[in-house]
Design a protein around this ligand. Structure first.
Ligand SMILES: *[C@@H]1O[C@H](CO)[C@@H](O)[C@H](O)[C@H]1NC(C)=O
Ligand SMILES: *[C@@H]1O[C@H](CO)[C@@H](O)[C@H](O)[C@H]1NC(C)=O
Ligand SMILES: *[C@@H]1O[C@H](CO)[C@@H](O)[C@H](O)[C@H]1NC(C)=O
Length: 185
């Protein structure tokens, strides 16, 4: 048995968990590298240290937060890291109503904005892949209500989007799956 070197053991879980989620050109000259950030890993560093580490020691410049934990939502305040907040799937049906969307914004965005550079709200997580008709049917209305709620709070610099897995491109397999309409109208 080889003994594992134990220098910097605590950074390891973070780096493993910070899996790459996107590479996109945010302008002609800058390249953004993003990671998903959550608390499903053990032995996480204190959040402020993670934020500091990400900002100063990596080339990562945007973070997607899958978690509604306010401590995580605050961790990247006053850094130059762009952050994506996520509406958890179970909240999606409720926010189709404008008052509910407004209170979601009031509770989840306004306390953190603009100290945290929130550039995007991701509505749900891979909702089409859940094959849950309630979630799928409410997705677009929820996105529209959220946009209206942001507008009425005068927040104009946050975009609303929804992430999907590549799995949604493979709906024709197996052939029997085509017997059932995937989008009843
Ligand atoms: C953010 O970036 C700007 C411009 O590059 C820089 O002046 C500022 O000090 C940075 N802020 C932090 C908190 O690093
Ligand atoms: C679909 O999602 C909603 C909201 O999370 C949940 O209440 C419901 O039980 C789910 N339906 C199924 C069939 O899983
Ligand atoms: C949004 O901006 C308008 C025009 O500047 C202002 O009348 C309104 O009170 C603002 N609303 C909020 C919620 O800040």
């Amino acid at each position: 048995m080889t003994k594992l070197p134990n220098s910097q053991p605590k950074l390891l879980p973070i780096l493993i968990f910070l899996s790459l989620f996107s590479l996109h050109h945010s302008s002609a000259t800058t390249l953004s590298i993003g990671v998903n950030f959550g608390t499903a890993a053990n032995n996480l560093l204190p959040l402020s240290k993670v934020a500091h580490f990400v900002e100063t020691q990596t080339i990562i410049d945007c973070i997607k937060i899958l978690d509604a934990n306010p401590d995580i939502r605050k961790a990247f305040a006053n850094t130059n890291i762009s952050v994506t907040f996520t509406v958890v799937n179970s909240d999606v049906p409720a926010i189709v109503e404008l008052p509910a969307a407004k209170s979601w914004v009031a509770n989840n965005i306004l306390p953190f904005h603009p100290q945290t550079k929130i550039d995007l709200i991701a509505v749900g997580h891979e909702i089409l892949a859940t094959e849950n008709d309630t979630l799928i049917d409410h997705l677009l209305p929820a996105m529209k209500a959220l946009k209206s709620a942001l507008d009425s709070a005068n927040v104009t610099d946050i975009h609303v989007s929804t992430p999907h897995s590549l799995g949604i491109l493979a709906k024709s397999e197996p052939p029997s799956s085509t017997g059932k309409p995937s989008h009843p109208s």
